[in-house]
Write a protein that binds this ligand. Sequence first.
Ligand code: LLP
Length: 439
Amino acid sequence: MDLNLKVNQKGHMDIGGADTVELAEEYGTPLYVIDEDRIRDNYKRVYNAFTKYYSDFKILYACKANTNLSVMRILEEEGSCVDAVSPGEVYTSLKTGFSPDRILFTGNNVTNEELKYVDGTGVRINLDSISQLKRLSKVVDPEGYKISFRVNPMVGAGHHEHCITGGEMSKFGIKESEAVEVYQMAKDMGFNPIGMHTHIGSGILDPEPFKLATTVLMDIAGKVAQGADIDFEFLDLGGGLGIPYEPEENLLDIDPFAEEITGIFKSKLSEYGMDGAKKPYMYIEPGRYLVGDAAILLSRVNTIKESYRKFIGVDSGFNTLLRPAMYGSYHHIVVANKAKDAKEINENTPGVEKIDVAGNVCESGDLFARDRILPKVEEGDLLAIMNAGAYSFSMASQYNSRPRPAEVLVSDGKSEIIRERETYEDLYNNQIVPKRLEK
Ligand code: LLP
């Protein structure tokens, strides 16, 4: 991992030109801090890499990673499109200024009411099952209605088994062997199928599964194009591009990756005669890659406990950042007010300790780290939990009746609050106590 750690003259960790210690003092902790420029850079890096090799290309930001309105605004400004997986994500995308033609809805186990709502917004619907196809035909007039299908290419990968979305154990997509039949069925119903989609999993740093999935998807698309006489407007390869969380993990080198993927894409287009005047767009749907390394979670140490092990107790927990508890995910931790030597730290560095970093939720699984090497931590120190931009706030809850934290956006050394910290009152939003139970 390239820690990309910036340390200012005071020895404090810096993000987007702002001092983390000052941010924590000004806004309190726990606090998510999002670096605007990093999101913009990430977007441009992917966009430039792919368009260098294939110009009919779109990025659909998988907004489940982070639906903060300001994050969405930044990506809208950059020109991104959106992968939305629920009516709520469609609503949020529209609210943040994405026009319907820039949003693709890929729902899973959606109801007729949800299909109706999404249809009403004018957003394109990507279907996940034959059931959805049949039910959509009752909700809309199928004549000429543009749709696409998610296909399971029987290739899956991901940082955890919960995050693998291709292969025979996966609930997603239609079967490869049924693809031609399903597209034909859709046409027979009057629909106009113009796209094919896949997504094999999340948190993948190895290019091989992507290459394999692209090859398989293109073969399926080619067979469907020929077998059901479909003119594809787009072929969507999904997301899943990983970022390094652990020090020994390396970046996914985006330029050679883009060259390889577009290379397979183009050769398959020509193999199946899909490279005529109107070539299909290539879509990809990164979430984590665009926002994952653009935010940190600041959390204050309030307790040092030497029990059978040494615990550093902080003021947030898996209600704030679930990934370590849910997937056993590693998030690098920097003592933000003692960041000077954080880069070089290892077991043999004088003064370091091997400790557990524990959250404030009443469950034993509420740990941010086990046996982590950190400089000697004291009560009052500030920890920066790194790579907390994706699947972090968006998976936060109020478990243990803890209000969710505030979010701050930094750019050019300036900070702005973009989400207020919740209050205790917010814990009871929408609850109604029946009259007979009132005190
Ligand atoms: N497209 C579809 C249809 C997806 O389901 C997902 C993620 C993506 C794109 C974006 O994947 P990404 O590029 O962000 O890897 N909560 C887990 C990740 C779950 C991802 C679910 N689907 C985590 O914290 O690692």
